[in-house]
Design a protein around this ligand. Structure first.
Ligand SMILES: [Zn+2]
Length: 330
């Protein structure tokens, strides 16, 4: 081949491009999706606002989606009007969700299917023990090899394997738990015929494509159970990030039970700034007078995961000036 023919050949058949110096992120990684999953036991209070805001900012800062799911399986604890009140407050605070609101009460078929899969694959067994039969602590395995004579099935438990389950929590670091020694075979279908939280939450996170679970530290210890259910069902494990729980002067979690005040969303800027302060984001105080949408825009642009306090509890504003609390947290 002559020189000119060779260059013509090169033009017509360019050699493959050299590999890029920096590897592109894998394109099969699912898009970032976070969620806020309140139980409708009352209005939004400071603790639930922190979980909502932390999950929203963590998803939005990377251009991700943010979904809302109502965890309303525990029917006796549901309060009338709570769902509307929570959704209304989120709107007032410019915390705008993507997609439809999922309600766990409409998902019983999906949970039944997951229970069938676990049973078919030998993960679960029927348990005839009542609460009175069981001492506090790890389940002793009474019904693991079959119901004892004279007992009928009350609940369904998941058979836990030996060994530890560990995960890296974005805020709390490495967590490991011995399922066998610290948890024991746990209930996935309750004696009151309701699917257990650990199963429902896993099935729903997978259905909604959740990649990031940002929530309060009260669920940190139960995360290994959820990871085990994910593995048993062949579902992906999202990233976990457990925020400190907002506590009152007696170090109790703020909840309806201890009469946490509903957040005052009018004007909305002030409570958002309080929540951003709690999350370590250092918002300027004048932001408290800004419209909610402006506060949220500032917070998304500046969201810094490394500034979230690495602790399990922290005082909620308004409780922080209590001298008893100061001594607890210094
Ligand atoms: Zn039993």
């Amino acid at each position: 081949m002559s020189t000119s023919a060779a260059s013509l050949y090169a033009l017509l058949h360019p050699s493959p491009a050299p590999p890029p110096l920096i590897a592109a992120p894998p394109s099969d990684r699912p898009p970032v999706c976070g969620r806020f999953a309140p139980s409708p036991t009352g209005s939004l209070h400071f603790g639930s606002l922190v979980a909502a805001l932390g999950s929203l900012l963590n998803a939005r800062e990377r251009g991700g989606r943010w979904l809302v799911r109502i965890e309303d399986l525990d029917t006796p604890r549901n309060a009338a009007g709570a769902v509307d009140s929570i959704l209304h407050d989120l709107d007032r605070l410019a915390m705008h969700r993507d997609g439809e609101v999922m309600r766990q009460s409409g998902r019983t078929d999906a949970y039944a299917e997951a229970l069938d899969t676990l049973a078919d694959e030998g993960w679960t067994f029927e348990c005839g023990c009542s609460r009175r039969d069981l001492a506090q602590g790890v389940y002793p395995g009474t019904c693991r090899e079959g119901l004892p004579p004279g007992r009928s099935a009350r609940s369904v438990r998941l058979r836990v394997p030996a060994g530890n389950i560990g995960f890296h929590d974005a805020f709390q670091g490495l967590m490991t738990q011995s399922m066998e020694k610290e948890v024991g075979d746990f209930v996935v279908f309750r004696a009151d015929r309701v699917v257990a939280y650990h199963l429902a939450v896993v099935v729903d996170d997978a259905e909604q494509g959740i990649t990031e679970v940002v929530r309060g530290c009260d669920l940190l210890e139960s995360t290994p159970r959820q990871i085990l259910v994910q593995r048993a069902l062949g579902l992906p494990t999202p990233e976990y990030a457990h925020l400190p729980i907002a506590v009152d002067a007696n170090e109790r979690k703020l909840s309806k039970q201890n009469l946490a005040r509903p957040v005052a969303v009018d004007p909305p800027g002030a409570v958002l700034v309080d929540a951003l302060e709690f999350l370590g984001q250092g918002p300027p105080r004048d932001l408290a007078r800004a419209p909610a949408a402006e506060v949220i825009s500032w917070a998304i642009a500046g969201w810094n995961r490394t500034r979230v306090p690495r602790r399990r509890t922290a005082p909620a504003p308004g409780y922080a000036d209590d001298p008893r609390l100061r001594s607890c947290f210094q």
